[in-house]
Design a protein around this ligand. Structure first.
Ligand SMILES: Cc1cc2nc3c(=O)[nH]c(=O)nc-3n(C[C@H](O)[C@H](O)[C@H](O)COP(=O)(O)O)c2cc1C
Length: 181
């Protein structure tokens, strides 16, 4: 698949088949994520691959109360927790202090999207998940103080395998871009 095709094929999958995801495919997605750029090459993202009972327990912990509407993601065969280290690198920490911008957030998003695009190429469905209790996620994973989980990825085969992606609803190019000069 060419990159254009991968980008157009990707969509948020929320209903998954029970078919297991091959470990070699997960490793290929992780390799794509590993090659992602990051501020000062600090590589602050750690991918927790949660499956089976651990995944179910994790989902029971993080999709509670206000976050319960996203409990259906428990049905994904794999949940990936993107844990990011806010203090992975001294240069980045200094840069973040000076600019006031959290580079680690950009880093984890790029690495996550590399993972997602590789998964799409392999015929796997994904969904970014932001609606979960991140404090509970950090507790569950026993993360050190400098680490946080800002996003999860649901991963598996779409229940609607071989059906085309839903209609893409996006702003027009003119609305998202401005050429100057
Ligand atoms: C950072 C982020 C967080 C998201 N969180 C959720 C979520 O908690 N629950 C959900 O169902 N979809 C979530 N989504 C999926 C978006 O709703 C989806 O990407 C958007 O509607 C565009 O649809 P598409 O991905 O099918 O193209 C999230 C997407 C991103 C990028």
């Amino acid at each position: 698949m060419k990159l254009d095709e991968i980008i157009k094929n990707r969509y948020s999958v929320r209903k998954f088949a029970s078919k297991a995801v091959k470990k070699e495919d997960i490793l290929a997605c992780l390799e794509a994520a590993r090659l992602a750029p990051s501020a000062c090459n600090s590589q602050p993202t750690h991918f927790y691959i949660l499956q089976n009972d651990v995944k179910n327990n994790f989902a029971d912990n993080v999709f509670t109360k206000l976050y319960r509407p996203c409990k259906f993601f428990k049905n994904a065969p794999v949940l990936v927790a993107l844990a990011v280290d806010k203090g992975a690198n001294t240069a980045v920490k200094a840069g973040q202090r000076i600019t006031g911008r959290p580079f680690y957030m950009t880093d984890q998003a790029i690495a996550g999207e590399h993972f997602v695009l590789k998964a799409t190429e392999l015929g796997l469905g994904t969904c970014w998940v932001g609606w979960f209790d991140s404090k509970k996620a950090a507790e569950f994973l026993k993360l050190k103080d400098t680490m946080e989980v800002h996003n999860l990825l649901a991963l598996g085969y779409s229940e609607a395998e071989n059906t085309p992606r839903p209609k893409i609803n996006r702003k027009k190019l003119e609305e998202i871009s401005t050429f100057l000069g």
